[in-house]
Design a binder for this molecule. Structure first.
Ligand SMILES: Nc1nc2c(ncn2[C@@H]2O[C@H](COP(=O)(O)OP(=O)(O)OP(=O)(O)O)[C@@H](O)[C@H]2O)c(=O)[nH]1
Ligand SMILES: Nc1nc2c(ncn2[C@@H]2O[C@H](COP(=O)(O)OP(=O)(O)OP(=O)(O)O)[C@@H](O)[C@H]2O)c(=O)[nH]1
Ligand SMILES: [Mg+2]
Ligand SMILES: [Mg+2]
Lengths: 279, 299
């Protein structure tokens, strides 16, 4: 990229390929290339060194204009429901959110509503002990909605600030499991907490490709997803699918996962994220 | 579906008697788009479409066959040829693994975090028990993830397969000691369930190499999530460089992911895809069939 060098099709093709390789997807990459080409046509940008900064500025705006902060209840305690497909990083992300909320002075209660997978409750119990927060569990194979409900009741009686509900991994194509999720979502309010859950976080594995869009779509329909937790961004995957989700499903990224420990996380920083997309 | 995508592309070409450099451009572009949308990695797509282009140009258009249909057949056949491997199944349709007669066969599972290694270890143990009448021993070599050993123990209990666990030693130590335990216990297969790791984590990649060095596995399977996108080209390459992989297992293909990662892993590593995971349950493991996955990738 030489300073003052005129834009040509070669550099534009390279840019489109970089977006494809970052998991933007063919359609989103094509759409963004149209935006870049229009800017070139109306002379907003003229030289090759102007192309990437222009696109990055556009992306940063798209990813932040809806806000990226966690939703809390207007008054009283809050409930955060965590959902996603198998192995995405939900349980670990719940632990990270618990650590994060504790670090900003909130008292946290966990609900281990994955009553299905082998040692799922054990896994979250270990985290709750390490973080030092309370956990509500149910019997093996208990109805997950009942655990979420008891979690909400415990939230109210303990005077804690936030309830985090961990759920079992499920594919968005499994109708019965998505129906179960609807029930869990309804149980989060325990009929007494207005607006609960105040936040439904979809945990997305950064290595996931275009299927992420289907996940976001279906999970939003079943559980009103309001934010993304982009896990495993410490790998080589760029997580570009979040851009398509942001544009087409209107769900902003709220946190990123940067490792396997509870502190390996950050509230979403669009500048950092967009700059890293084209590294 | 790719066939509907092609009807428009080939409407332009159908008047012509031959597939030419000029009229094939759109068709190749359509294939490229379809494969990228299916999550096949860009480098693999470029290579593959070039192969298809050359093959299509080199063929005479068959009498009575529309050029478009012939082109799709070329694509489909090339895809199946790429992903298939001869002699991986016996005449009963069972996966022919490198079973040994002189000592327990060692099978090692490796891959990124959450790809399905622990679950697949259980599925494989059950498969070998039922289809090959083996007496497998599962080894809990993930000592970093909370309750990972517990998870494998619960899995083992559910399928009646014993689990070797030692929460005090290092993973390479555990695996090495497990071989002796297998011999003593009369087990003819040992399945090592290792911790998920990033291919860019130097220490953990060294650890998995150490496990392989100490146990000399007969099979090392790269377990990869079937929903993986472009990153598959990087993770598959790194694991293939660091370990003597003998095959791959693609999981979670019961969802609606197009599964392009299957093609990427096969193309990049050159190793055969041995199994696919098609459910969370212990019977959710199928031997790989290239033609089924080819149809799915092409959409
Ligand atoms: N490197 C890295 N690993 C992560 C991150 N988040 C989660 N993991 C790992 O990913 C694996 C799966 O994490 P889990 O939290 O068990 O995922 P899950 O979605 O709860 O899985 P299921 O409940 O089985 O659906 C574990 O090995 C985690 O340590 C991350 O941000 N970076
Ligand atoms: N639907 C479906 N789920 C699967 C499949 N294989 C594994 N899973 C689920 O995916 C999640 C992760 O599986 P694990 O076996 O814990 O993955 P792992 O690779 O051992 O994870 P780490 O040890 O943390 O790296 C669990 O919820 C499994 O039940 C599959 O083929 N289909
Ligand atoms: Mg979990
Ligand atoms: Mg595991």
């Amino acid at each position: 990229v030489g300073l003052g060098q005129k834009i040509d099709d070669d550099i534009l093709e390279k840019l489109e390929e970089a977006m494809i390789e970052a998991d933007f997807g063919v359609e989103t990459s094509g759409f963004l290339m149209d935006v870049v080409r229009s800017a070139w046509k109306n002379s907003t940008i003229e030289t090759t060194d102007q192309v990437l900064p222009f696109l990055q500025k556009d992306l940063k705006h798209r990813l932040t204009h809806r806000g990226n902060a966690l939703n809390f209840a207007k008054a009283g305690p809050s409930v955060i429901l965590v959902v996603g497909v198998n192995g995405a990083g939900k349980t670990t992300s719940v632990a990270k959110l618990a650590w994060y909320l504790t670090s900003i002075g909130k008292k946290v209660v966990l609900a281990a509503a994955d009553t299905f997978r082998a040692a799922a409750v054990e896994q979250l119990k270990t985290w709750s002990q390490r973080i030092g927060c309370e956990i509500v569990t149910g019997a093996d194979r208990a109805d997950p909605a009942s655990v979420a409900h008891r979690g909400a009741e415990r939230l109210l009686e303990s005077g804690a600030d936030v309830l985090l509900v961990d759920t079992a991994g499920r594919l968005h194509t499994q109708k019965n499991l998505m129906d179960e999720l609807r029930k869990i979502h309804a149980a989060c309010a325990a009929k007494k907490i207005e607006g609960a859950p105040h936040e439904t976080i979809l945990v997305l594995d950064a290595t996931t490709g275009q299927n992420a869009l289907n996940q976001a779509d279906m999970f939003k329909q079943a559980a009103n997803v309001t934010g993304l937790f982009l896990a495993k961004l410490d790998g080589t995957a760029k997580g570009g699918a979040v851009l398509t989700i942001n544009e087409r499903v209107e769900i902003p990224v709220k946190f990123v996962g940067l490792g396997e420990g509870v502190e390996d996380m950050q509230p979403f920083d669009a500048d950092q994220f967009v700059d890293a997309l084209f590294d | 579906a790719i066939s509907s995508r092609f009807t428009d592309v080939w409407r332009k070409i159908s008047g012509n008697a031959t597939i030419s450099e000029d009229n094939i451009k759109d068709a190749v572009r359509a294939i490229r788009t379809a494969l990228l949308e299916a999550d096949v990695s860009l480098a693999v797509v470029k290579n593959f479409t070039e192969r298809v282009r050359e093959k299509a140009l080199g063929e005479d258009v068959l009498k009575g066959v529309r050029p478009g249909e012939q082109f799709i057949k070329i694509v489909h056949d090339e895809l199946v040829n790429l992903m298939a491997e001869a002699d991986t199944l016996d005449d009963q349709g069972r996966a022919r693994l490198k079973f040994r007669g002189d000592r327990p066969t060692v099978i090692m599972m490796a891959g990124l975090q959450g790809s399905g290694k622990t679950t697949t270890s259980g599925k494989l143990a059950l498969y070998l028990k039922k289809k090959w009448k083996k007496n497998p021993l599962l080894v809990a070599a993930d000592l970093q993830r909370p309750a990972a050993v517990d998870q494998l123990e619960v899995v083992g209990k559910g399928i009646g397969v014993p689990v070797f666990a030692d929460r005090k030693s290092t993973p390479p130590e555990v695996c090495f000691r497990a071989l002796e335990a297998a011999r003593k216990g009369g087990h003819d297969v040992v399945i090592l369930d290792t911790a998920g790791r990033l291919h860019v984590d130097e220490d953990l990649m060294k650890e998995v190499q150490e496990i392989a060095r100490r146990t000399q596995p007969d099979e090392i399977f790269f377990v990869c999530d079937g929903m993986t996108g472009q990153d598959a080209v990087k993770s598959a390459k790194a694991f293939d460089e660091k370990l003597p992989l003998t095959g791959a297992i693609l999981t979670k293909l019961d969802g609606d992911s197009r599964g392009g990662a299957v093609m990427t892993v096969r193309a990049i590593t050159g190793k055969p895809i041995r199994f696919v995971g098609i459910s969370e349950k212990m019977d959710g493991l199928e031997v790989f069939h290239a033609d089924r996955v080819a149809g799915r990738i092409l959409g």
